[in-house]
Design a protein around this ligand. Structure first.
Ligand code: GDP
Length: 445
């Protein structure tokens, strides 16, 4: 899977990782090649552009860890961005098949692998979740397709709805529902007819079936080898019928894997499964981490950078702890704590994670302390000089006036900040004496 893309990308990064320092030009050149690689893999242009922009932004000014080269750092950034693009927002979770019998509607073009995927999923539900599944083919145009599903059903030990000649798709869907209820099935899967292209009749039929079946999931099966076409098909099906997820088939081929990357970004629909071959077990849930790893094919570098980052963070935490123990908790520390607080869901979230801070959290709460206050306090710290930040003891009346004015606040606001700094500094000193463990648990560093 993704061989073309992954080979091209590794080529780009091979050249990068061999160099010592990384210049802005290097990043730009590399990104140009990444862009070509993405486009050749049939990733859509806006998605490729967005991707490059995000990587460039993160790569420029990224803190580079001593033990990895800047090139390796870029690989990691690309890796993380791939995961982000593949994942999109919100986790669709497992198939919704509670309230038996749960209908699953399978839609897609002819030849996409829809019937095969229906059987693969049925087998998976049976084998992994012990579900009783009933499959029904609604492809009244092609008797062979109905036969095919029956044969696959027999092969995997999943029941299929008996074929009744001359019945229309809506009638079959209704019969499947009745049969599923009476027969005590957990799930029934409706394999709708496919066409070579999307046309009005296909859509009308799928919509009519959808309206009677009221599916819990509508899964669109698309051929992953068709690149951007797969994404266009998905967009159209979603507009006209509404889908809850996509299954990308033929991801075992070494074709253009770009569909995976564009799908979520363009359609907003999650890829739920990937088909990896003709056999009935050749299906996997879609895992962005795994796919990103395959696209890039540079797992060892990613692991190396992750390890280096962990080491760096541990070293930083240790250095910080040593300073805190000595009572050297300065305004820069306070500022970075505050910024962390904002990132971690504000004051409340942060305080609740720090031992001994619960009481202070309550006090702050009562004093009406919220994120706006934190932002104003950060502004106060920002208008201090470097020396003042490092040594808040310097702050006498005239300096205080200047700082307060500089951030559009009152000296009394600054005094509140200083008081809080003192309290935290004392708390840190005590915490420091409790040892490293106590501090780490506090989520600092
Ligand atoms: P339908 O017309 O959409 O129902 O497509 P089928 O289920 O009949 O599949 C068409 C062909 O694609 C069959 O030969 C399948 O074995 C094959 N196929 C389906 N899924 C995959 C896949 O993930 N990988 C590969 N290599 N072949 C697949």
């Amino acid at each position: 899977m993704f061989e073309n893309l992954s080979e091209r990308l590794s080529g780009v990064f091979d050249r990068l990782t061999k160099q010592g320092a990384l210049s802005e030009d290097d990043v730009r050149t590399a990104m140009r090649e990444v862009r070509v690689a993405l486009l050749e893999a049939d990733v859509s242009l806006p998605v490729a552009r967005e991707f490059i922009k995000a990587v460039e932004k993160k790569a420029t000014g990224a803190a580079v860890t001593k033990s990895v080269t800047p090139g390796q750092q870029v690989v990691k950034i690309v890796h993380d961005e791939l995961i982000g693009t593949l994942r999109g927002e919100g986790d669709p979770g497992a198939l919704k098949i509670d309230n038996p019998p749960a209908p699953i509607l399978m839609v897609g073009l002819q030849g996409s692998g829809k019937t095969t995927t229906t059987a693969k999923l049925a087998k998976r539900l049976k084998d992994r979740e012990g579900k009783r599944v009933l499959m029904a083919s609604l492809d009244t145009n092609r008797p062979a397709a109905m036969e095919q599903l029956a044969i696959l059903g027999a092969q995997i030990g999943v029941d299929t709805l008996p074929i009744v000649k001359g019945e229309d798709p809506v009638a079959i869907a209704k019969r499947a529902k009745t049969q599923a209820s009476l027969g005590g099935y957990d799930v029934y899967m409706l394999d709708t007819a496919g066409r070579l292209h999307i046309d009005a009749e296909l859509i009308a039929q799928a919509a009519a079936v959808r309206d009677v079946a009221k599916p819990r999931e509508t899964l669109l099966v698309v051929d992953g080898l068709t690149g951007q076409d797969a994404v266009n098909v998905a967009q159209e099906f979603d507009d006209k019928i509404g889908v809850t997820g996509v299954v990308l088939t033929r991801m075992d081929g070494d074709g253009r894997g770009g569909a995976a990357l564009s799908m979520r970004a363009i359609t907003g629909k999650p890829i739920r499964f990937v088909g990896l071959g003709e056999k009935m077990d050749a299906i996997e849930t879609f895992e962005p981490e795994r796919i990103a790893g395959r696209i890039l094919g540079m797992g060892d570098i990613v692991a190396l950078v992750e390890k280096a980052q962990e080491t760096l963070e541990a070293e930083q935490a240790e250095r910080m702890m040593k300073r805190f123990q000595k009572g050297q908790f300065n305004m820069n520390d306070l500022k970075s704590q505050m910024e962390q607080m904002l990132k971690m869901g504000g004051m409340e979230g942060m305080m609740s994670m720090m031992p001994g801070m619960a009481k202070m959290s309550k006090q702050l709460d009562e004093a009406g302390f919220d994120d706006t206050v934190i932002r104003r306090q950060i502004a106060l710290i920002n208008s201090m000089t470097k020396r003042e930040r490092a040594n808040p003891g310097l702050l006498q009346a005239s300096r205080k006036k200047r700082i307060a004015a500089g951030s559009g606040q009152e000296v009394s606001d600054l005094n509140k900040l200083l008081k809080m700094h003192r309290q935290m500094s004392d708390a840190m000193k005590k915490l420091g004496k409790m040892g490293k463990k106590g501090l780490m648990k506090g989520g600092l560093g």
